[in-house]
Design a protein around this ligand. Sequence first.
Ligand code: PMP
Length: 356
Amino acid sequence: MTVRTRADLADLPGYVPGRTIPGAIKLASNEMSPGPLPSVVKAIAEAASRINRYPDSGAGELVSRLSGRLDVPESRLAIGCGSVTVCQQLVQATSGAGDQVLFGWRSFEAYPILVQVAGAAQVRVPLTAGHGLDLDAMLAAITPATRLVFVCTPNNPTGTALRRAELERFIDAVPDDVVVVIDEAYREFVDDPEVPDGIELAKEYWARGRDNVAVLRTFSKAYGLAGLRVGYCVASEAVTEAVRKVYVPFGVNALAQVAALASLDAEDELLVRCAETVAERGRVRDTLLDQGYEVPPTQANFVWLPLGEETDAFNEHCLAQKIVVRAFSGAGARVTIGLPEENDAFLAAAAGFAAT
Ligand code: PMP
């Protein structure tokens, strides 16, 4: 007998993660290159003696700490194994067959997959010529079937970020039964004062009775815990309750919870690393511009090179120099900002490609 799986998932592309190649410099997954802080490793080692016990399924201590840190009630926080899991929960909690989920494209590769898995329809709205979200076109694409809109800012993979006025105008115009998810995975790398803090913005909307604004954050990027999988959303109770209903019990493991708490303790140190990344980002972008590349202004820990048909050749060239970037065939390459010496190696490879 042939096993029956869901026919509507037959063409599901599957998520393709950034590659790790032994001996190569990995600038493919927007991770922090510096290793974990000794204080975080120590906390994990201490917690290891208790892994015979299930973790706190609701990650209570972490919720409580984040609640104080962000000045958001605990009831408005939901933790997941990486913010991608919270994305999935948000989609599952809001959207199923007959519903639509809207997002700019190109954006985070997981959105279309999560939407298809939920049985909902994806609506992709092309980016502007400047590689940013086209908010007017996104508004125009909203229909009575729209349940959720992902607004990725800074946008992965282009790095562009929305300014306060444009984001507010957008949210104001979205019907208030449609959840607007501001995906701020890269928030800590923003240095443009005109780019709002989504959580503070969400609080303003909640105060006005607009409960449809949610924000996603992660410990994977600025906090350096990509390997442990912790992320969260802040949203109104209506949204967090629905998100919690569709969670997988005990998903956020005990070591991840402890590491996230230790990272909050060491926040100042981690944010210094972010500032170093931001300084390197400026240097990398300026050098690439000098080399003749188009590089949209970026507020994230990566740069986007819209290389179009040259993308595969660029990727091969980088791989030959033992540098792994993230190539989106026919569109462009996303390159994570690493340590200064890693960035130097990448810039040398980019110069070599530009000269060919
Ligand atoms: N959102 C965006 C925009 C991302 O780029 C990523 C990771 N690439 C995520 C969410 C998910 O990250 P994580 O699951 O590690 O928190």
